[in-house]
Ligand binder design. Structure first.
Ligand code: PLP
Ligand code: COI
Length: 367
């Protein structure tokens, strides 16, 4: 179990004037959905070239006033993270690998020419928000408090250069299932007209612009009756990369697994990395490599590919049952959740929720 170091930055606490009633909160927590309900607090920290990180506040969640010339509104200098707080059987609350989110946040910051946030401050900001909003952890099975740290350029200017002022914010959202359909397996649409990330671009960074660019292909997937879009590489339009907000794994009939390698155009998912370790703990062979769309179809049809799943903080582990593209559809395995998918998901979730030992020191207890 990892512990949190005390950062130097001092946090000020501001109270919420009109707290939400326990009754209203209970109704939210009984059916949280994903991303539509929010807790009562937020953390804000300011950065300027002159003062560095300063004015750290845990206060009421409220709108942010922005000048119309704030740089983020024009050139999209914005990055974010996503992680969850889980309630453990002993009543404590814990985070899962938050330092990995802190490190990835800083890799994104570097790519977007933004200042780094000390890892301890990132984790402390999240810890403080969970402490303030502890009552917002859902009670439903599989529930968690989804935490969204983000940073944007707040400097008022219209020149194209890195801003000299930024705002870092953390908000929290009680979360249940990411997929509304509640289907046992999702169906995905292969985007052949749009790509997500090109070599040298921002694909490995978690910046808002990547998601803005994914909305049209994602809408296309939905319009065609699918849940998610899968992107191919931008050079050959052939190699499978990832979904709009999840990484992918393939399971073969010889018990081996494959996940697309981190080529610089894929987000280095923390769930992906955790599953790589857990699968190897099980004695399984996992390769990180390239897998082409034609091979995918052929292997699904021949039965060599037996399972496929998507993974991410929001989606956890979600089986992929069907894949469709302009050239037709194919089903993977039975079209439902596969055995290995379920096993790896259970192993991961049990660690995240404190129901199994944590051999890799991934869990950070908040008390
Ligand atoms: N890929 C993309 C594009 C994502 O947005 C996410 C979600 O954060 C992931 C993969 C999965 O990453 P993680 O497991 O760290 O949530
Ligand atoms: C997450 O899994 O945390 C993400 O940020 C993905 C997003 C599409 C909800």
């Amino acid at each position: 179990m990892a512990t949190i170091a005390e950062p130097e930055l001092q946090f000020t606490t501001r109270p919420v004037d009109a707290p939400i009633s326990a009754q209203v909160r209970a109704a939210v927590l009984a059916n949280p959905g994903f991303g539509t309900q929010f807790s009562e607090h937020m953390v804000t920290i300011e950065w300027s070239e002159k003062r560095g990180w300063h004015d750290a506040v845990v206060g009421p969640r409220q709108p942010i006033a922005l000048d119309p010339a704030a740089a983020v509104l024009h050139y999209a200098q914005e990055i974010f993270e996503g992680l969850k707080a889980y309630r453990h059987p002993d009543g404590s609350v814990a985070l899962f690998r938050p330092y990995e989110n802190a490190r990835r946040f800083n890799r994104s910051a570097e790519r977007l020419a933004m200042p780094a946030l000390p890892e301890d401050v990132f984790v402390e900001s999240v810890r403080r928000l969970v402490e303030a909003d502890r009552q917002w952890l859902p009670t439903v099975d599989g529930g968690s408090l989804y935490l969204r740290p983000f940073m944007f350029a707040s400097e008022v200017f219209l020149g194209v250069r890195p801003a000299r002022e930024y705002k870092y914010v953390v908000i929290a959202s009680p979360a249940g299932n990411y997929f509304k359909s509640g289907a046992p397996a999702v169906s995905i649409w292969v985007s052949e007209d749009y790509t997500r990330a090109a070599p040298g671009g921002t694909g490995a960074a978690k910046c808002g612009g990547n998601y803005a660019a994914s909305l049209v292909p994602q809408a296309e997937a939905i319009a065609k009756g699918h849940d998610q879009v899968v992107f191919l590489d931008a050079v050959e339009n052939k190699w499978i990369e990832e979904l709009g907000g999840m990484n992918l794994y393939f399971v073969f009939d010889d018990g081996t697994l494959l996940t697309p390698a981190l080529s610089g155009t894929i987000l280095a998912g923390i769930t992906r990395d955790s599953l790589l370790t857990l699968a190897r703990d099980e004695g399984l062979t996992v390769q990180e490599g390239r897998y082409g769309i034609d091979q995918w179809r052929e292997d699904a049809q021949s039965g060599r590919l037996v399972e496929c799943f998507a993974c991410g903080t929001a989606a956890v582990v979600t089986p992929v049952g069907k894949v469709a593209s302009r050239s037709g559809e194919f089903t993977i395995g039975s079209g439902g959740p596969g055995q290995l998918t379920q096993k790896l998901k259970s192993r991961l979730v049990a660690i995240q929720r404190g129901e199994a030992p944590d051999p890799h020191g991934w869990v950070v207890k908040l008390g």
